[in-house]
Design a protein around this ligand. Structure first.
Ligand code: TK8
Length: 354
């Protein structure tokens, strides 16, 4: 995001948060918060700790992005804020970690939007099948007014959304058959994220979906509890799903954003300058993570085939058939979410393509 857009973006966001939580992030004693990054912050033992967890492993661009966030925050606060990073679900799955933020036992998690819909139902809109036509359009919409509108829904859940990162376009894998069209979904036991819209969409396609935490997925495929799953190519390769899956298709059925979430009670306890630093760090690390993620998603399909997976290209006609099949599910959720909000999203996507 350009610097001018960044400062424009940040000023209202932080002003809103400070207004919403009644003040400048002062300490409980109402003493003026120590200047962030100042030597006195460390000397006074004011070091604050961010426990940041993700579900993906340490080879994934999401973890490299988290390390970049750590580097920026620790450098710009001169160690007044320490970031502890946990990968591979060490602190639990997306939903568990998001609940931990609400309870104050963890400070950062970067989940996919789908599980967030369990806390803010409007987030189902991000997981409408075939919503975003490209990564670039997704960037434009997520980093603009509509994206901010959804971040503004989080403080009511004791959550603060600081930036959108990228999971990517989700592709289907399974251990039963090559999937070239909707008919091939029939009866496949597909793990979905814990999100009713995903469940309904895969049921409409004829699959037999099971919602499951990401942390349980590899074992479920290894034991044959499920036939398949759907995730971006980078996740499929870096989590080594080729060891337990035979077929991959470029269904690209959902573009999945990650949301960089921070506990609101922790954010409110930061000084104004520390809030600015963590907000800018989440945005800057997010740009870095998006770049790495795109390289990975473009690069690893060849490796998956070298590891023995068969790749099936979905034709435009076959994809259009899938779009038509899931449209009633989209219409049903559009009604639940509210047509105005849905229209704003589609208008923003349209505008981003001009
Ligand atoms: C990792 C998850 C993962 C998501 C899923 O924590 O659950 O399949 O795509 O990336 O957020």
């Amino acid at each position: 995001m350009k610097k001018n857009k960044l400062s424009l973006f940040l000023a209202p966001a932080i002003a809103l948060m400070l207004t919403a939580c009644g003040g400048g992030g002062g300490t409980a004693t109402d003493e003026p918060a120590p200047e962030a990054g100042g030597e006195e912050a460390v000397e006074q033992g004011e070091t604050k700790t961010i426990r940041a967890g993700i579900g993906l492993n340490d080879a994934h661009p999401q973890y490299k992005g988290l390390l970049k966030f750590k580097e920026i925050v620790e450098e710009r606060t001169d160690g007044a804020i320490e970031v502890q990073t946990y990968h591979s679900g060490q602190l639990g799955d997306d939903r568990t970690m998001t609940e931990a933020l609400q309870l104050g036992s963890q400070e950062v998690v970067i989940p996919s939007t789908a599980p967030i819909a369990n806390f803010v139902p409007e987030y189902n809109l991000f997981d409408f099948p075939f919503l975003f036509p490209s990564e670039e359009v997704a960037d434009e919409v997520l980093d603009g007014e509509v994206g901010q509108m959804f971040l503004d829904m989080l403080p009511d859940q004791n959550l603060v959304g600081l930036a959108y990162w990228e999971n990517g376009f989700r592709d289907l894998t399974n251990s039963k058959r090559a999937v070239a069209s909707a008919d091939d979904f029939n009866g496949l036991r597909i793990r979905t994220m814990e999100n009713d819209l995903h469940l309904e969409a895969f049921r409409a396609l004829g699959a037999n979906p099971t919602p499951m935490a990401f942390t349980e997925l590899f074992a479920a495929m290894q034991q044959g509890t499920v036939d398949g799953q759907e995730n971006p190519i980078a996740t499929i390769y870096l989590q080594r799903y080729h060891e337990v899956q035979d077929h991959v298709s470029n269904t690209n059925h959902v573009y999945s954003p990650f949301v960089f979430l921070m506990s609101k009670s922790f954010f409110d306890g930061l000084s104004e300058e520390q809030q600015q630093i963590v907000s800018e760090a989440a945005l800057e690390a997010g740009q870095y993570q998006r770049e790495l993620n795109r390289e990975a998603n473009a690069q690893y399909l060849d490796e998956l085939q070298e590891e023995g997976m068969t790749y099936t290209e979905i034709t435009p006609e076959a994809r259009q058939e899938m779009v038509d099949i899931v449209q009633p599910v989209i219409d049903q959720y559009a009604e639940r979410i509210g047509q105005d909000l849905v229209d704003q999203m589609y208008e923003a996507i349209e505008a981003a393509q001009q």
